[in-house]
Unconditional design. Sequence first.
Length: 132
Amino acid sequence: MACYLINRLPRASVGGKVAEEVWTGNPVDFDHLRIFDNSAYVHVPSDERSKLDPKSKQCIFLGYTKVVKGYKFWDLVAKKMVISRDAMFDEQFMLQQHQDKMPKNSFSSDTLQMELEPHPVATESWKFISII
């Protein structure tokens, strides 16, 4: 993601313009970029909630995903990472600045625990052919 952001910075070598703008001739759209570590309300799909459950949950924006189209969030209640493309960002409210309003021990920027599941690798799919 850092490379993505760096490539969209203005360059002195092209007259203070973004390289993509010089290459395509079209102005660059920055509307999809969000402020890291801010509050967001992530939509909870209907199959993951009951009729009386809230339709969104407050999370912290962590960044962008490389694999799927969406954003990465930290769910404060479930204490896990959530990937979603359906979210409303509240860029005026930074959760780290308002820790007194948050539940105790809900999020620590020092530690991030994730459960990983090992997946076996099929060795027969890696057959090497000698061309010599």
